[in-house]
Design a protein around this ligand. Structure first.
Ligand code: 6FA
Ligand code: ABL
Length: 541
């Protein structure tokens, strides 16, 4: 049966939009290509030490680092060449869940948001009411494995940093550090799946369909009539819209861009790749109906550089290598199963910090740091004690000027086409300055040793030789950038795709500039605001 709204993709953007539109009484169908994730959603993928509970890999915060080392990583999209979650919850089901309420600057005009978007506070407040952040996720309110936090605070204090509860003052992002904040609830992964999705599922006018992959929208010129899927149980695989219905793409920065290419929307070189594909080609509208928009351009992601240290007080937690199998230390496993408390109630980060940096081009950029026990890769010329390792990841954040391009290849796989990291010379010199600042006070922390880069490698040399593919922060935005001018932007201020009547995008891809912090908090506030704008826009169902 036709519906008012088809939403493609159950990540943070899609779930929040689906909940708000169904709350307004619209009939909503949410299509997700992946399967269940958390125990609450019917997921069953468990660590051996959790058998007998209903807790899956996606529920337990302390299993986060094992997302990257598990040989059975079915949750990553296999047809996207960077990390992207293809599972209920999207990136939100598999990410580190660091959660920052957006600041005013994150939605300011200078960042590329249209003027209609600057008043984000009511939407951010609505988000906070549904999904409050916590920087003490263990159910007993205690903090565990906090040595990294203490050591990094000691390092930063002589540089003029002060401590804060970061989400109590989102606008304060200069020389500030605080405990890592998450959207975990009751010691488990929370996020939109545990909150917004549950209220939507309780409504008779809302339906979620898993394992349903949308190839393209069906359109007649500028009017979309439905979506083409892999579902063989419905005629032609097509899900239809009501006459005034709308489609909202929320497949993420790579996923939504690909659906647009496959619907004849985007740069001609991308649509020609679709045309040449034996399956996707015949589903394209005739060339006279192709819509030329800069889909895939204006892409941004935080360039991130890892510094690895040792300190005698730090417990590297065996690099998180055993947390999935055979399991964490027995006492930690037992404590978590008994009460969702302890080390396993938190993902790996322990402290986050920010500073503003002046660039050689006169512009201000911000740097974010995230520190955690353990290290993913070590490159050192001298012996070190692996049980004492920790990592500081430094990200260049708000103010980045570099842009790249993403697209598809001939196999229809989503892929970066032009890397977005440190293309702009002042981005690079600013990040290098930020790294030098971080290590400038090392001598004030007794016992602190940097092992990557080692003492024979300068910060400049380290950054110059850094493998660009490992600068990826998984914070892709901008491929369907919002704006006021068709041709410069892909979606208009109401998130409607230019030159279409009823096609929208509400996910990371419309975000014009990276925020101060890890982006999913901003994306969720954006989805609150986008659903209000879509409901208010005339001509809909
Ligand atoms: N962001 C944060 O704020 N904090 C973090 O700690 C953090 N960590 C990570 C992280 O550790 C990893 C490994 C990754 C990949 C990302 C991280 N991020 C973090 C970024 C954050 O998760 C993303 O920015 C955020 O999830 C983006 O939300 P969106 O709603 O824009 O998009 P998603 O990719 O999450 O969801 C898209 C959904 O659509 C998926 O469920 C996918 O399966 C589905 N989909 C895609 N194409 C589809 C199609 N054709 N048909 C049906 N469904 C489709
Ligand atoms: C994020 O926002 C990033 O997207 C992730 O890359 C990051 O996790 C999490 N938050 C937590 O800070 C890192 C892991 O800690 C590393 O072990 C892993 O190698 C890396 O992601 C892969 O990109």
């Amino acid at each position: 049966t036709p519906v008012d709204y088809i939403i493609v993709g159950a990540g943070p953007g899609g779930i929040i939009t689906a909940d708000r539109l169904s709350q307004a009484g619209k009939s909503v169908l949410l299509l997700e290509r992946g399967g269940p994730s958390t125990g609450q959603t019917g997921g069953t993928y468990q660590a051996p030490w959790l058998v007998g509970t209903n807790l899956t890999k996606f529920d337990v915060p302390g299993l986060f680092e094992s997302m990257f080392t598990d040989p059975n990583a079915f949750w990553w999209c296999k047809d996207i060449n960077v990390f992207a979650g293809c599972i209920l919850g999207g990136g939100g089901a598999v990410n580190g869940a660091l959660y920052w309420l957006p600041s005013d600057n994150d939605f300011a005009l200078g960042t590329g948001w249209p003027s209609q978007w600057t008043n984000h506070q009511p939407y951010t407040a609505a988000l906070k009411a549904r999904l409050p952040p916590t920087d003490a996720p263990s159910t007993d309110g205690k903090r565990y494995l906090e040595q990294v936090s203490d050591v990094v605070a000691q390092l930063l204090t002589p540089q003029g940093y002060s401590s804060a509860t970061i989400n109590n003052s989102p606008n304060q992002k200069d020389h500030v550090y605080g405990y890592s904040a998450y959207d975990f609830i009751n010691g488990k992964r929370g996020g939109p799946v545990a909150t917004y999705l549950q209220t939507a599922l309780a409504r008779p006018n809302f339906k979620l369909k898993l394992f349903t992959n949308v190839m393209n929208v069906i359109r007649n010129g500028s009017t979309i009539t439905g979506v083409q899927t892999n579902d063989t149980t419905v005629p032609g695989g097509i899900y239809p819209l009501n006459p005034k219905g709308r489609v909202i793409l929320a497949g993420g920065s790579y996923g939504s861009a690909r659906i647009l290419f496959r619907s004849g929307i985007g740069p001609t070189d991308m649509i020609n790749l679709v045309k040449a594909d034996p399956i996707a080609g015949p589903l394209l509208p005739p060339q006279a109906q192709w819509i030329n928009l800069p889909v895939g351009y204006n892409v941004s992601d935080n360039p991130s550089i890892n510094l690895v240290f040792t300190h005698p007080s730090v417990n590297s937690y065996d690099n998180w290598a055993d947390v999935f199998t055979p399991g964490p230390p027995a006492a930690d496993a037992a404590q978590y199963i008994a009460s969702q408390s302890g080390v396993m109630a938190q993902a790996s980060p322990r402290i986050n910090f920010w500073s503003a940096l002046g660039g050689t081009d006169g512009a201000t950029r911000w740097m974010q740091g995230t520190a955690r026990p353990g290290a993913a890769s070590v490159n050192s010329s001298f012996p070190y004690n692996a049980t004492q390792m920790f990592t500081i990841t430094a990200y260049l954040s708000a103010g980045i000027k570099s842009r790249g391009r993403l697209g598809i290849n001939a196999a229809m796989t989503g892929t970066p086409l032009i890397n977005p990291w440190l293309v702009n010379a002042a981005d690079k010199s600013t990040l290098i300055q930020g790294l030098k600042n971080i290590v400038s006070t090392m001598s004030s922390v007794p016992g602190l040793t940097m092992i990557t880069p080692d003492n024979t490698t300068t910060i400049d040399a380290y950054v110059n030789s850094y493998d660009p593919s490992t600068m990826d922060s998984n914070h892709w935005i901008g491929s369907n950038i919002i704006g006021t001018v068709a041709g410069q932007a892909v979606v208009d201020p109401n998130t409607k795709v230019f030159n279409t009547n009823n096609l929208f995008v509400v996910d990371a891809s419309i975000v014009p500039s990276l925020p101060y912090g890890n982006p999913h908090g901003l994306i969720m506030s954006m989805a609150e605001q986008a659903s209000a704008k879509i409901l208010a826009l005339a001509g809909g169902p």
